[in-house]
Design a protein. Structure first.
Length: 483
């Protein structure tokens, strides 16, 4: 016998109809009410008519009676809207989930097809050994062992791959054996397993991904903790929607974190007064979800129809039911915020700069120093890199709050920066007297195809093939007086 104190009696559908009528709901056609209760269920619908019950005092439960003019047809309209909202959210979140699959598979895949099995590509928190205790029924508690979160993740992923009925998984098992390469394995992962893999990534890789998705702090550095938080929030929303649960006025457990480097999101941290009340926190309701989806869909350049379907659905619903704004966490005047504009796009300058970085190999400061192999190791190399940079002989750009150096500037055969690169950079960078924007403009020059070069290649490509001669450079960039 259960220990529950629940004593309410079972009610037939007819008794359920009588009960909501007695409590003041206008049911319209009894046949329609009966069909709705049989199709959806009394208990499920009760979550949608809960806001229509008479409010009680602070800290008290709402009364069982309904507010005047509460109609079952309105409750069913709200239920239908919630169905549409779940479908639109699932469709939008799917774009983010698929993009994350690619990012994780691609980033880890650069280190090898099975890099996800190697501890060296993950942070210490993910690879640290932890005490484990068996929780199976009948175990006396003496069954203990040490295992990292990463090893546990690998074991569960291996089990998933072994039982996968996907045609591609069977193909790989039959032709290559186990396990699946990372760029294939990501296609078998649940959203939860993907987010766990993201959380476990090497800190530098997580930072880079956050920066590339424009989730940045006030210094311009990627904020990986916020990116992970957003993925967990979206995972929870996705699961709620996939299980057909009410979403329109729900509190999401994963409260949205707001990074300091994103001005268009700062309003999420405000409390917006509505008379004597305050809206529920925007960071826990569906408005916050809509905001981060709008940003992420723009960043991954998903078709705007996914955002617009959500926007149209929400705008139409709130126009008909303005009182629902507070329940959904929408602030007064929400459409005036920049991120809500119909023409909202990611920062185009950041997008263009990221495209340049993705087009070529880039070195960090340490790698740039290592590339100067003709210079003695250690401090002399780092000093030479800084000397070249400060005098405009070596091009660097700031990304993710760090300096990045285009690798084409270094000759791996000689371990030096070729003279033509030094000359070109000093002309482009005015001997080191330009600002950060000037450095990005110089990188754009190096990467832009030029009709004056053979086959209209870019100067960087021409440098690699030997087509960029001193004469060609002088035609492209006038010499400086100090050369």
């Amino acid at each position: 016998m259960a220990d529950s104190t629940y004593e309410k009696p079972f009610l037939t559908v007819e008794q359920q109809i009588d009960q909501i009528k007695q409590r003041g709901m206008k049911i319209g056609s009894r046949d329609d009410a009966r069909n709705a209760l049989r199709r959806i269920g009394y208990y499920r619908l009760s979550g949608y008519w809960h806001p229509d019950r008479v409010p009680a005092g602070p800290g008290e439960k709402r009364a069982s009676e309904f507010l005047p003019n509460t109609r079952l047809s309105d409750v069913l309209d709200l239920y239908a809207f919630d169905e549409q909202l779940r479908a639109a959210l699932l469709e939008a979140i799917a774009q983010i989930e698929v993009a994350l699959r690619f990012e994780l598979g691609h980033r880890l895949g650069r280190n090898g097809p099975f890099a996800h099995l190697d501890d060296s590509h993950f942070n210490s928190g993910f690879t640290k050994l932890r005490d484990r205790v068996c929780k199976l029924p009948g175990c006396d508690g003496d069954c203990r062992w040490e295992e990292s979160d990463h090893h546990e993740w690998v074991d569960r992923q291996r089990q998933t791959e072994q039982v996968s009925t996907e045609a591609f998984a069977a193909h790989f098992r039959e032709n290559y054996g186990e396990p699946l390469p990372i760029w294939v394995a990501t296609e078998t992962m649940s959203f939860g397993r993907l987010t766990r893999l993201l959380d476990g990534l090497d800190s530098a890789e997580r930072e880079l991904l956050a920066a590339e998705w424009d989730v940045i702090d006030s210094t311009g550095q990627g904020d990986p903790s916020v990116l992970s938080n957003w993925m967990e929030h979206l995972r929870q929303v996705r699961n709620i929607c996939a299980h057909h649960a009410r979403i329109w006025n729900r509190n999401i457990n994963a409260t949205i974190a707001v990074p300091s480097g994103m001005p268009e999101l700062q309003h999420l941290l405000l409390e917006v007064p509505r008379g004597d009340e305050y809206t529920p926190p925007m960071v826990r309701r569906i408005y916050g979800t809509f905001v981060i989806l709008t940003h992420l869909l723009a960043v991954i350049e998903a078709p705007v129809r996914y955002r617009d379907r959500l926007r149209t659905l929400l705008t139409g619903f709130l126009a008909a039911r303005p009182q629902a704004e507070a329940n959904m966490g929408f602030p007064v005047g929400w459409q005036a915020h920049r991120i809500m504009a119909e023409d909202y796009r990611r920062d185009q300058q950041r997008a263009a700069r990221l495209a340049m970085l993705r087009a070529i190999e880039m070195f960090g400061s340490g790698e740039a120093a290592d590339a100067l192999s003709a210079v003695p190791e250690g401090k002399p190399r780092r000093s030479r890199v800084n000397y070249y940079r400060k005098n405009g002989a070596l091009l660097s750009v700031m990304w993710n709050a760090r300096r990045a150096y285009p690798a084409f500037q270094f000759d791996p055969a000689t371990g030096v920066v070729p003279e033509l690169v030094v000359l070109a950079n000093r002309r482009l960078l005015d001997g080191g007297n330009v600002n950060d924007d000037g450095h990005w403009a110089a990188l754009e020059w190096w990467l832009t195809p030029n009709t004056s070069l053979p086959d209209e290649t870019s100067p960087a490509e021409a440098m690699g093939t030997g087509a960029l001669t001193r004469d060609a450079l002088d035609r492209l960039l006038p010499p400086r007086d100090d050369e």
